[in-house]
Every structure is written in C-alpha cells, then in structure tokens.
Design a protein around this ligand. Sequence first.
Ligand SMILES: [Zn+2]
Ligand SMILES: [Zn+2]
Length: 627
Amino acid sequence: MSRGDGHVGDEAPATPHTPALMSPSARSVADVVFDAPVEQPFSYRVPDDMTVGAGQRVAAPLGGAERVGLVVGVREESVVSARLRPITRLVDAAPLLGPSGLEFARFLAGQSLTSFGSTALALLPPPGPGATSAVASAVSEAVTPESPLVLSGSGRERRLLDRLAGPRVALVITSDVESAGRWAQRLEKLARVARLDSGADDAERAAGWHALATGRARLAVGTRSALLTPLPAGATVALIDEHEAAHKPPGPPRLHSRDVILERGAREALSVVFTSATPSVEMWWRCESEAATLASVTPARWPAVTIADPRGITRREALTPPVSRAMREALAAGRRVFLEVSRVSSGLGCDECGAIFRCDRCGVAFGWSAVRRTLTCWLCGAGRPPMDTCPQCGGRRLTPFGWGVERVEQSVRRRFPSARIARYDPEARRGRRGEDQRAAAAGAEVVIGTRGALKLFGPGALGLAAFISPDQLLGLPDFRAAEHTFALLWAAAERVHPEGELIVQSRNPSHYALEAVAQQDLATFYRAELKFRAELGYPPFRRLAVIVVRPRGDGLVERVTAALAGARQLVAYPPIAIPGRRGSRIVVKGGPDLPQVLAAALGDLLSVRRQRPGIMEVEVDPVEWPF
Ligand SMILES: [Zn+2]
Ligand SMILES: [Zn+2]
C-alpha cells in the first residue's frame, strides 16, 4: 500500500451529516477513508445496484487513481451533487469490522497519531472470497475480564499449548511468518488451524478471518494484520515473545502488538496470554503493579556463564583466552559455536576501566562521530569534545569500542584452521545473498554473526555462545540498550546446552544485565532497570514520542518546536540533526495522555503530512533507536 498520497485533497471531503428524511429518491452516500495521512473521510455515491456497509472495503477514485478504502459510514441524502463520484467496486463481499471494531481502530489511530484509514487498513486481511456474512464482534457483559498472563521460564510455549488445548477459541499472534508457520504446525495437533498471515494465500486468509468469527475454526495463527480478527467474548489472544521489537515494525499501524492486545482484551473481555523469556520492562512493571500476572516456573538448567574481562587483551585480539579454550572444548565435544559480533559502533569508552561515556542528564551513551570528533547526546542534543582522560579512572586510552565481523572471522580462522566457519548477519544481508549465507551457516560448526543469527539455533543446540563485544550494545545511544542486551544474552543462554558455556567479553563485568544472566535471575535485572527508568523519567513511568522533520526550507522545524514549547504538560527536547540523513529529530516526553496532548499541541501542523511522504513522521512509544 502506498502512503502519503500527495493529491488526496482533490476529492470532495465529507460534509457534516445532516439527517435527511428518507424520500423515494434518496441516494446512498458512503464515507470512505484511505491509507493516506488525511483524517477526514471522502464521500462517494453508492451505485443503485450496490449495497455497502460500514466496515467494508471498496475501491474508489482518489487523486486520479483507483484506491482501496474502508467505508466508515453510509447515509441517505435526498440531494446528491452530480459531482460526487461513484464507488467503483466492492473489495469485500461484506463488512469485515462491526461498529466496535471500527471504534477500536479509531482509538488505535488516536494513540499513534496515524490516520484512521492508514491504521484500519493495515489491520485487515488481504481481500479475498470467504466473506459471506456481516461480522459483529460480540461483547458479553457476563464475562469478567481476566488479568493478562505472562508465561515466562522454561517450558513456557508448552504451557501455552496446554492452555490452548480447549475448548476456547484462540488467536495466536507471532512477530513473523516463519514463527507463524511453526505455531500453525504445533496447533494442528489440537484442532484445525486458520492461517491469517502471509504464509497462507489471500483466499485462505480471508476465509480464516470469517471462520474464527463464525465458529467454523477454533484456532488461528497470524501476524499483526490479524490483530482485529473478530473473536467471541472469552476467547484467548496469545502473543509470542512479547518483548520483541519486531512486534512494532516501521509503518502503520504504529503500535506494539502487545499494546493493541491489552487494550482489546480489556474492551472485549478476552483472555490475554503472553510468552516471553524476558518480558518487556513495561510488562514486568504491570506484573509488579498487579495489572498482570507473571507465571514463572522452575528455571531450566542453565549453562555455565563466564564474564571475561577483555581489558588489555582485545585491543589486538578479538578472542580472550576463555573463549579460545571453550571453543576448543565445544568443537571437540561435537557441539556448535556461536560468536556474536555487533555491527554497530558509535560510542566512546575507556580501555582501562571500561566506562562508557554517557550524558549526565539523560543517562544514555553519547554517540561518537570520528569525523567531527564530537560526542553528542541523541536525546537532549548536548555535544562536547572527547575528554583527554577518563573521568572515572583517569586513564588515557579512550577508544571507539567494538569489533567488525571480518576481523573476528580472521582471528577465528587463524586459530581454528580446520573448523567449518560461516558468517551470518541477517540484518545486513537480505534476499538471495541472505538465503545463501543462512544455508552456509546452518551447516557450520562455528557461526560468527549479529544478534539476528541467534534464531538459527534451537534450545540447547550450542556448545558455546560467546559475545565478543556486547559493550557495543550496552553503549548504544538508547535508553533501552540494557533491556535489549539483557534479552539477547538470556536468549543465547537458553540456546546453550546445560553442559555448554556462555561467555560474555565485557569491560563492564558488574553491569546488572550481565549479573542477572549469570545468576539466571530476572528480578536482578528489572529491579535495577526500573530504578534507572524511574529516576530519569523513561517508560513505563513516562511516555516518549519522536518527531522526525525533513527540511524543506520552510521553517517547519521551527514551527513544530514553537508549537511544542506551548504545551506545558510536555517536555520537548531541542531538535537534533540526524547523523547521515537529512532532517531533524525532536524527542518529546509526556504522561499517559501523551498522544492527545501532542495532537492538541501540534494541531494543524499534523496535516502537513499530506503534502509529501515523510515530511514529518511521529512515532509514539518508540521501541528501536536510532531513527
Ligand atoms: Zn577509565
Ligand atoms: Zn542528554
């Protein structure tokens, strides 16, 4: 679907509805929203031989082309302007969303400051046959909402399967098609499964949407596009790996699937179940506040965890002696080895004490620009030249930290010339080359890769997982850096055989994220992380939004800044030029009502998004940095 159509203003906007008496000559007029950054619907004449309802997709002319839109209302008018153009054709045979579904999509749009049309259309299945009856999502007053449940610890997926064994209707949401396929296979053993993700063809997906609503299927699996699938009250909605940033990919709907499900669960009395080895900090906080329930169990057998201090060793050599030793042992035992190498390197640290230089006010690591020789805080914009000596230990060896994949590979080949070695960095290699790399990695004894490569290995599959320089991840200029590093290390530990080893080469061996993994204790991490978030005002205690403005020489950045300055409930940081890209970024902090306050503050400025794709983007509750 295209976004940001530049010519949508050509059409007739919907006029406020004045109830007209039904006369024999009354004509139907449909109000339609599109995937475009425009709030108000456009009106079309409904041809006499056509019946449409709210919640149904239709095709209609817009900006000189036929576009698919969603009908949000139908009214009878006694006088219809001849200039009003007709709907071209029906896309769905019947409405996909009932009144409550439409209302919910409108709410979600308001939460993400994305247009109603873009939000709703991104949450619907592909058009296809199968729609035979109108769908009304049933809300039963009789069902008491249950507290959302978070399944953590070992066997969490097994425990979810047990809950799905019956007899409730259940929808399982995964972050990608591959994982949806895996879940469909598992669930097939319980009952017939409707596939709602793009792993199934369009006709099957469309049929699945209705099969759940009408009770012809009890179980369904899908990705984000299945989040609005109509469900009976009391049904279960499960989200796999709740903490994953992949549950909020770029583009509309600009919401984390977790937040959509929590809201929907409360509105429709659904039973909400999440699985996660390392719940998001937001979700952990909900459990602590008794707004959700954490079901943890006896932990799995954990591998030995070693924190290897690389100071003084890895300036010229990527592998510390413990890693070399553990590699030899794992290979001799016929077990596989994964070496994690981070792709990013933007911070500056002290070689002697391991300190990562951070902004005093914001607590996030400074970004380091070697070209301009400056340290910059991505949040408040504070910039400074690099220090001559380390403020912590007085050391003089301050270097950008990190190792590239190539250098690590050379080092491994030198030491293990006969091992089968492969490189895999799925974040950088996509398409055909990515597939080739993946195939080579699948058969290798030693895989050197970025964090995404961890997905190659099942539970207990590794003899050794070693993180070459996780300080690069801890030092990302992101307040979620510790959370993401912790989740990654924990996920790696789960993939190591209980007799194997997890080694973390870090100049920050006492960091709480590392300690929590070494002790196999979730609470150690969240206790420290929640304290940091509370002190500096980050989620879950405050909400954030990021506004990206592309320059056009029209003072838009200044107008946005001025508008934000007028909103007393918001903390707006000054605009910062985005390194390597044209444009500026403004970070805004607020309370639980951040979307509403921000929308009110920006007012008409939000509508500049109609003029050109990407001229201004607003991301509420961002999960991945930098943007
Ligand atoms: Zn130092
Ligand atoms: Zn700062």
